[in-house]
Ligand binder design. Structure first.
Ligand code: NI
Length: 173
């Protein structure tokens, strides 16, 4: 297992639309394990492949936060929302690619997701609560969408400006 570098805005890779995987091969286990390890190390509860620079439709999630609870690592390949509730829910979201920024986002409260699991088996999962928030946030990443796209333009512009300035300063040293 290896930890991968996590891209931060305004990296243009985070705005690209990812390609579906034609199939899940045993060799991809390394990528899945790397994504989970990188997510746990960050630490975070979700990570999408474009966040480590890979334009593939792969998502890692583990919403268990309590140290006493067993880990529940999940891999979603080519995840797609096949149903969403009319009921909405607010959650204060963050993102490993936008460190230390938290904003309230409104999304459908429940979704059903179809996907391939890490063995390549077709699966479907009904999600609510934090899992519903997380899977929608991560699928957004696969389409080049970030959680700040769901907040006001004024707030978003302020956040992007701050990170763009930080990057310029880092580049000019
Ligand atoms: Ni994110």
């Amino acid at each position: 297992m290896a930890l991968r570098d996590i891209l931060v805005i305004p990296d243009p890779v985070l705005r690209k639309v990812c390609e579906p995987l034609a199939e899940v091969t045993p060799e991809m286990g390394t990528l899945f394990d790397d994504m989970l390890a990188t997510m746990y190390d960050a630490p975070g509860i979700g990570l999408a492949a474009p966040q480590i620079g890979l334009l593939q439709r792969v998502v890692a999630i583990d919403i268990t936060k309590d140290e006493d609870v067993d880990k529940d690592p999940m891999i979603f390949v080519n995840p797609e929302i096949t149903w969403e509730s009319d009921e909405l829910a607010d959650y204060e979201e963050g993102c490993l690619s936008i460190p230390e920024v938290f904003e309230t986002v409104t999304r459908p409260a429940q979704v059903t997701v179809s996907y391939l699991d890490r063995e390549g088996k077709h699966s479907s999962l009904d999600c609510d609560g934090l899992l519903a928030v997380c899977i929608q946030h991560e699928i957004d990443h696969l389409n080049g969408v970030l959680f700040i796209d769901h907040i006001s333009k004024l707030k978003r512009d302020r956040i992007v400006k701050k990170f763009s300035k930080a990057r310029r300063l880092a580049e000019t040293g």
